[in-house]
Design a binder for this molecule. Structure first.
Ligand code: PLP
Length: 374
């Protein structure tokens, strides 16, 4: 699905040097690379406050902790997402309220969110799934009107940009109260282990987030609140410093690969009788963390098997909507009719997409998809 080795080999000299510098300095915890990477990432994201942490799940947890929510408070989350988006809600004793998604973009919309609203709702977690922004303007308006926090799960969309109706643009992860991302190796900005970051434009909140990620202390051994220990490893920061320089080019490579898939698959199936290619909206760029098809007529699993038999990996992100996950059954207030989430779980199939994908390899993959339907 990805080619992390091929990507590394192209930047090997810089990465090796950067890692070696950390080892030479032996500043393994909160070394200088963490600070430089944090500054560079802030600049890339448009100047917001950035707090790095241990992974994307921690980022979401710390974000919720910083907002001082109380047990029983409800947090709206899409039913079709990676478990981490909702897991942290349950972990903190809050109530996840699952809402449906748009079946073409896979993203939650304000109409879906409205259906989950109650007088206990305190926050919304829009997930920019597969690399494209949710339609944030109406979500932000709705949140403001109802006094809700917005925590963007930007683990899959770092680098994507949303355009507001007045024409101004913002990076995903910087529009809500807090944004969260992950540097898991296969993410668009991946390190060589675990890592994550939290974004906010609110300086006070940024300080609170930093304190919570650091055992609830601002001054060493003086703990103001219950926090946690979540840090970006200096070696990972050293890798990320180098990779951030290439992020736009990586996004472009993914976009080009996706465009080629879609062009050829649409030519083969112009009436979408067999498959739906990813739908690109007009007010967001798409950084294609995943290239996700929907397969018609219950043929998804057979196509996956056919591809596997012909040496093509593919993945189902995600086979179960959250409302059907055992872990959530007793703690959730599932919204009504999460039909699209269920439908997506039954029909989605993601093809390999990464920065090192060649046309030759794509041609082979596309041929196999076409052959299956012939
Ligand atoms: C990867 C991911 C996370 C969690 O990131 P980790 O670094 O693996 O903890 C959260 N949400 C979404 C949507 C993700 O894809």
């Amino acid at each position: 699905m990805v080619d992390l080795k091929g990507q590394y080999l192209k930047i090997k000299e810089d990465v090796d040097k950067s890692i070696q510098a950390v080892i030479d300095s032996s500043a393994f915890i909160n070394g200088p690379a963490v600070k430089t990477f944090t500054e560079q990432l802030s600049k890339y994201m448009g100047g917001c406050h950035v707090v790095t942490c241990g992974n994307g799940t921690d980022a979401l947890q710390i974000a919720l902790m910083a907002l001082d929510l109380k047990p029983g408070d409800e947090v709206i989350v899409p039913a079709f997402t990676y478990v981490a988006s909702a897991e942290v809600i349950g972990l903190l004793g809050l109530t996840p309220v699952m809402v449906d998604v748009d079946p073409r973009t896979f993203n939650v919309t304000v109409e879906n969110i409205k259906k989950g609203l109650s007088n206990k709702t305190k926050a919304i977690i829009p997930v920019h799934l597969f690399g494209q922004s949710c339609d944030m303007e109406p979500i932000l308006e709705f949140a403001k009107k109802n006094g809700l926090y917005v925590i963007e799960d930007n683990a899959q969309a770092i680098g994507a940009e949303y355009t507001f109706s007045d024409g101004h643009r913002a990076k995903t992860g910087t529009m809500g109260t807090i944004g969260c991302t992950s540097f898991f190796p296969s993410k668009n900005l991946g390190c060589y282990g675990d890592g994550g970051a939290i974004f906010t434009n609110d300086e006070k909140l940024g300080e609170r987030v930093r304190m919570i990620a650091n055992h609830g202390q601002e001054v060493k051994y003086h703990h103001k609140v219950i926090g946690c220990n979540s840090r970006l490893d200096t070696l990972q920061a050293a890798v990320l410093e180098i990779k951030l320089r290439h992020l736009d080019e990586y996004c472009q490579a993914r976009y080009s690969a996706a465009a080629y898939y879609s062009e050829r698959l649409k030519t083969f199936d112009p009436k979408e009788e067999h498959i739906l290619t990813p739908h690109e909206v007009s007010n967001s760029t798409h950084v294609y963390h995943q290239y996700t098809l929907r397969v018609n007529d219950g043929k998804r699993d057979a196509l996956k098997q056919y591809l596997a038999d012909h040496g093509v990996p593919s993945m189902i992100y995600y086979p179960l909507p959250l409302q059907e996950q055992e872990a959530f059954m007793s703690i959730t207030r599932a919204g009504e009719g999460l039909d699209n989430a269920r439908e997506c779980a039954h029909t989605v199939l993601s093809l390999p997409i990464h920065t090192e994908l060649t046309k030759e390899v794509q041609d082979y993959i596309i041929e196999q998809v076409i052959n299956f339907f012939k």
